[in-house]
Design a protein around this ligand. Structure first.
Ligand code: ATP
Ligand code: MG
Length: 768
């Protein structure tokens, strides 16, 4: 009958339903994790389509990842009950940006077959420009400038718009010229970088009102997921598309669009002759119309899950939605459908430690006494942590849990290594999501290439990978010459390079560079049998300049790469020789990514946004790792609060089972250091948490940190007959019967423990 709602609406609660059915005007859904925000968006699309309010091509829907876009397409199809004929404008900001730019490339001075440059290309290009300006590219690092440009583009700033201070900060005050030269060069090359995928469309929309008007007519509905993590450029882009010129009060007619275009057209020269308007500026003149301008935009987000501030995201965007879109309907969802009461309780208590939140309620009406509490476990070090997590996973498996329903979420990518190694050893299927597997990372492959050539001088593939890394002025022509020589003499490239370096076939500069390469490898090879292999590996990375290359790199991912390199060296310790290690890695690399198979997911917390799993493991909850040292070094509140939001995202990924781990020893900068459990553990409410005493063969349990006895309670700890494998005297006291952390006598730990203030469960553990 007429009153029966369509099937896709039946499962929704009243607020969700309101968010779906309020199709006219701006809607903001501001709600905590797992309350069905993404589900609302998906259902809203289904609703729009099945009510015939728009064609699929008239819906613009933005997701945070490509994976999320694919899933949304699929689910809409299921809800509508038929294959959705293409949703051409459902994707990430970047993928939609490419599409727009291909359509209007000529307006940005490009051809529609433009290429998109990757970071390496960009850096090479900038280096040329810096040199062409007669500047020293050592003093003015191309990577740094690439990073600056990216930052400007995230803010929507072209060369003419960057602040004077920024412009002066680089290249003896010539930052602006350099940026302009870079853009010109891109145009000549018919290319753009990632930032341009947003910036060019913004520019086009601002300068060509007829084009903008075309999209205003086209997109009847705009939907945005994860709105809290949009950056300024994305925000400008959205506002241009969403803010329609105010309607004349006369009834809308077909002719009106043409009129709007003309007004827009007339305005072009004016727009381009003055500085571009800020995000709040209206793209079109408003002719004294007071009528409200309601656009069918629906954004969903959660300020507590804003975790990309370090990449320029502005959580303020969500906070000022109502100002941007007057008359917006704001809907709050409070019922969480994802997690147990214990998980929600833990997450809510943790995030309450942040200031300046909007504050939200979350509840579940299905508290079940059978639900497990949040488990906190301790391990000796990261290898033991990996072993114990593996055992727990296998226990779940025996209990008929699917690997697909389990995930390990790490704070830093280097943490993946011990899990990957362990899972391969025990034959547990896993897949790494949202990034390369540990051994596939660029810096790991580079380092491995150095090691391979040292171990096996005929490994031409490896040699070719790193012969010009870090950059030493060996161009394609020189590489080709090495190739030719190698082929003519029937020798490996390394040997050919040595021969060429001694001949006069090369110009002085490449010849000197090659000579150094050949000498380096000869020296490292001579050390192969006499120097411990981890030491040799470190030497290679130091002497080749590879470590310095990343140390001098100021891009956001450089510190993570350095951490990965350290982890690589650390992991070599377990192998007898460099060759044994290389063999191990070759086997790991050969392992399948297990697409389509039952497999545990491993990913960073950042890439877990929006996802959910029955069982979640969160390893590495230690001060310095989580919260990350970089956030702590910043001082101030904002870095720490973003870390806490990341912890909140991690906790709220779990539906039912949640396991947190911390280890008491990590190797940092080549030294074993005892670590301090994360302050975030302190911030979990006792009522929802269970501290696991032991649980595996080797790792001793701790005293319950929440029971007042803190870690000093001496129950268990590492005293349980555990030998200290590292032989350092500072761990000796762990063998004493009173055990626990109390006896560590670690100066650093003591200071840090006290700093954390009174009342904290851990604070007095270090007093000794
Ligand atoms: P996050 O903030 O983590 O992105 P979210 O708010 O987007 O979370 P969803 O992923 O949409 O939440 O939903 C969380 C889970 O709850 C999903 O499994 C979803 O299918 C389920 N869910 C949402 N609404 C309902 C409902 N009305 N009835 C039953 N299940 C629901
Ligand atoms: Mg979501």
């Amino acid at each position: 009958g007429h009153n029966n709602p369509p099937d896709y609406l039946k499962g929704l609660n009243p607020e969700q339903r309101q968010a779906v059915e309020t199709t006219e005007g701006p809607v903001l859904v501001l709600a905590g994790a797992g309350t069905g925000k993404t589900r609302v968006l998906t259902t809203r699309i289904a609703h729009i389509l099945s009510q015939g309010l728009a064609f699929p091509s008239q819906i613009l829907a933005v997701t945070f990842t490509n994976k999320a876009a694919r899933e949304m397409k699929q689910r809409v199809g299921i809800l509508v009950g038929e294959a959705v004929e293409g949703m051409p404008w459902l994707g990430t900001f970047h993928s939609i940006g490419v599409k727009l730019l291909r359509r209007h490339a000529e307006l940005a001075g490009l051809r529609s077959d433009f290429t998109i440059l990757d970071t390496d290309d960009v850096i090479r290009l900038i280096k040329q420009l810096i040199q062409a300006e007669g500047l020293d590219d050592k003093r003015w690092a191309p990577r740094t400038f690439a990073q600056m440009i990216d930052g400007w583009k995230n803010k929507g700033l072209g060369p003419d718009e960057i602040p004077e201070g920024d412009a002066r900060a680089f290249a003896n005050g010539r930052g602006r010229e350099l940026y302009r030269a870079y853009q010109d060069r891109l145009t000549t090359l018919n290319a753009c970088d990632f930032g341009d995928l947003l910036l060019h469309p913004i520019r086009i929309f601002r300068q060509h009102h007829d084009v903008l008007a075309e999209y205003h007519r086209k997109f009847k509905y705009i939907l945005v997921d994860e709105y809290q993590d949009t950056n300024t450029a994305q925000y400008m882009w959205l506002r241009l598309l969403a803010q329609r010129p105010k309607q004349p009060s006369s009834p809308r007619s077909r002719g009106e669009d043409a009129g709007r275009q003309m007004r827009g057209g007339a305005n072009v020269s004016e727009a381009s002759s003055r500085p571009s308007p800020g995000p709040a500026d209206h793209p079109l003149p408003v002719n004294g119309e007071r009528e409200r301008n309601l656009v069918n935009i629906c954004c969903v987000g959660d300020d507590d899950q804003s975790i990309y501030g370090w990449r320029g995201a502005e959580v303020d965007n969500i906070l000022r939605f109502e100002k941007d879109f007057p008359g917006a309907t704001v809907i709050r969802l409070e019922r969480n459908y994802r997690s147990t009461a214990h998980i929600l309780g833990a997450a809510a208590h943790l995030i309450a430690h942040n200031e300046g939140r909007l504050g939200k309620t979350l509840f579940t009406d299905r508290p079940d006494p059978e639900d497990p509490k949040v488990n906190v476990h301790a391990a000796w070090d990261s290898d033991e942590e990996a072993r114990a997590v593996g055992e727990t996973i296998e226990a779940y498996q025996r209990d008929r849990h699917k690997l697909n329903d389990m995930a390990i979420l790490v704070r830093a990518s280097f943490q993946m290594r011990s899990f990957e190694d362990r899972f391969i050893e025990i034959g547990l299927n896993y897949r790494v999501i949202g990034g390369p597997r540990f051994y596939e990372r660029q810096e790991i492959r580079d380092a491995m290439a150095f090691f391979r050539v040292v171990a096996q001088g005929a490994d031409d593939l490896a040699f070719e990978r790193i012969v010009n890394v870090p950059k030493r002025g060996l161009g394609d022509a020189t590489i080709r010459q090495i190739h030719d020589t190698a082929r003519a003499l029937r020798v490996p490239m390394l040997e050919a390079a040595g021969k060429l370096a001694e001949s006069d076939e090369l110009k002085p500069k490449p010849r000197a560079a090659l000579r150094e390469v050949a000498a380096n490898f000869a020296r490292w090879q001579s050390l192969l049998d006499t120097t411990p292999h981890t030491e040799l590996a470190e030497t290679i990375l130091e002497e080749s300049g590879y470590t310095d290359m990343w140390k001098n790199d100021r891009s956001a991912d450089a510190p993570g790469r350095l951490e990965n390199l350290k982890e690589l060296i650390r992991s070599m310790e377990e192998y007898e020789s460099l060759r044994a290690f290389l063999e191990h890695v070759a086997l790991v690399m050969d392992a399948e990514q297990n697409e389509g198979l039952d497999a545990v997911s491993i990913m960073t917390l950042h890439s877990a946004k929006g996802l959910e799993f029955e069982t979640v493991f969160l390893p590495g909850w230690e001060e310095g790792l989580f919260p990350h040292q970089r956030a702590l070094d910043e001082g101030g509140r904002s870095g720490l609060e973003e870390e806490r939001r990341l912890a909140y995202v991690g906790l709220t990924r779990a539906k039912k089972n949640l396991h947190l781990w911390f280890v008491s020893n990590r190797r940092i900068h080549g030294l074993w250091q005892s670590t301090i459990p994360s302050r975030f553990l302190d911030e979990l409410p006792e009522a929802h948490v269970e501290v696991q005493e032991g649980g595996g063969s080797n790792y001793g349990g701790y005293g319950n940190p929440y029971g007042g006895g803190a870690f000093a309670s001496g129950r268990g700890g590492f005293s349980a007959g555990r030998q200290n494998p590292y032989g350092a005297s500072r761990f000796d006291s762990l063998g004493s019967p009173s055990g626990g952390f109390a006896g560590r006598g670690d100066q650093k730990g003591g200071a840090a423990g006290q700093e954390r203030g009174q009342g904290g469960a851990f604070s007095n553990s270090y007093a000794t």
